[in-house]
Design a protein around this ligand. Structure first.
Ligand code: MG
Length: 403
């Protein structure tokens, strides 16, 4: 049997479960978590960003307006989102898992990746560990905290396995049951396959998961027009390939801002935080970027957009400096931001980067500053939070992810 390397944990209805855990009156009832703002006359103006399973069963799915949610499910109880509470629950879950397993990455507020190896690389032991993790979360964090767990020989298969069964799922994927086990899915059900990519696959006569799985990885590279296609298909086939964040050709981070962070100075602090996250993710996957862009959307006017081409780098300091420089006209102005996005592009693997005569850059190697950034990543990842950060920034946790 193929050795298992990754366990992927996805909390079920996370925000609503946390609320049901801390507020017993909500248990067993349909709950909708709403965005921060209230409109005039104290009506909920925002959307429902998360729902309890009771609400989902009643048909409240996806991000919909409060009014729509109420018409679908009249008895729904709305709760205003509480970012800090969910971030604390995320930390408590990571700590609980850490007692019995190796937390590798905290992927998002409700997704955690655990490394498998040694005895747990065998499927029965990995499944056993998954059951223990579910138990330790219930014991340490609360009975209402359920999760779906996927196990696989790489991150891609573990993540897909984690999405197969909800709530409280436990599934595995490996060459031994692939592609049959997921043959019923659509191509764009897979993480990293957008609707646009699906159309491109259709044009190349790749219609089903089976077709995709059987694809020559070099052919996939052509369809994707990037090495990512090759990585994706090799991942599906069970090779030990680390997962890339998205199907795009870059690393992006984006946030719709909570009202208190919309002034120019705070918005740019959130931008710095996003920049640091994007660069850390890119570095983790072994890439460097030769392009950086900043986009800040505004009320009732065109967005603020700046970009720059640079010598390929994976150094946080370089990109923080670039962010400051590019965003300066905005941060010194008076208009408010609605959302902030940063994007890293023109990626190549670090080990393919040529050396530079006039810069401290050895071909294929990280320079000193980049190595330091990597050490910081390890510390922050290990502790699942910012132990060390690069300069002034504003963390903005929660559901306002766009990237
Ligand atoms: Mg989830």
């Amino acid at each position: 049997m193929t050795p298992m390397r990754t366990l992927y944990l996805d909390m079920n209805g996370f925000f609503a479960s946390v609320e049901q855990q801390v507020q017993p009156r909500l248990r067993g009832r349909p709950v909708g978590i709403t965005a921060l703002e209230t409109g005039p006359h104290n009506n909920w103006a925002g959307g429902v960003v998360a729902a309890s399973y009771e609400a989902k069963d009643a048909g409240v799915k996806g991000i919909i307006s409060v009014r729509e949610a109420r018409s679908i499910c009249p008895e729904i109880i709305f709760i205003q989102a509480r970012h800090k509470l969910y971030a604390r629950a995320n930390q408590a879950i990571a700590r609980a898992i850490d007692r019995i397993a190796e937390v590798e990455y905290i992927r998002s507020i409700d997704e955690i990746q655990v490394g498998l190896g040694g005895p747990t690389s065998e499927l029965p032991a990995a499944l056993d560990l998954a059951r223990q993790i579910k138990q330790v979360i219930r014991n340490d964090v609360g009975q209402y905290m359920r999760c779906s767990i996927g196990i696989g020989p790489n991150q891609l298969l573990a993540k897909i396995a984690g999405k197969l069964e909800k709530p409280d799922g436990l599934q595995w994927l490996a060459p031994e049951n692939m592609p049959d086990r997921i043959a019923h899915l659509q191509l764009d059900d897979l993480p990293g396959i957008s609707r646009r990519m699906k159309e491109r696959l259709f044009k190349a006569h790749v219609w089903t998961i089976e077709d995709l799985h059987a694809l020559d990885p070099r052919h996939a590279r052509m369809i994707w027009r990037s090495v990512e296609g090759e990585r994706f298909v090799r991942g599906l086939q069970g090779e030990n390939i680390p997962l890339l964040e998205t199907s795009r050709s870059g690393y992006g981070q984006s946030k719709v801002l909570a009202p208190e962070y919309r002034n120019p100075v705070s918005a740019c602090k959130v931008g710095r935080w996003l920049t640091e996250r994007a660069v850390a993710r890119m570095r983790r996957d072994g890439f460097c970027a030769g392009y950086f862009s900043v986009y800040i959307s505004r009320f009732n006017q065109r967005g603020f957009k700046r970009s720059r081409t640079l010598t390929r780098s994976q150094d946080t300091r370089v990109f923080m400096g670039l962010f400051d420089e590019l965003s300066r006209p905005f941060s010194q102005g008076h208009t408010h931001a609605v959302s902030v996005s940063v994007q890293l592009g023109k990626l190549i693997p670090l080990d393919e980067r040529p050396g530079e005569l006039f810069q401290p850059l050895e071909a294929g190697k990280a320079n000193r500053s980049e190595k330091l950034s990597t050490v910081v990543d390890h510390l922050n990842r290990r502790y699942g939070r910012k132990v060390i950060q690069h300069g002034v920034q504003q963390e903005h946790l929660g559901f306002f992810d766009r990237g």
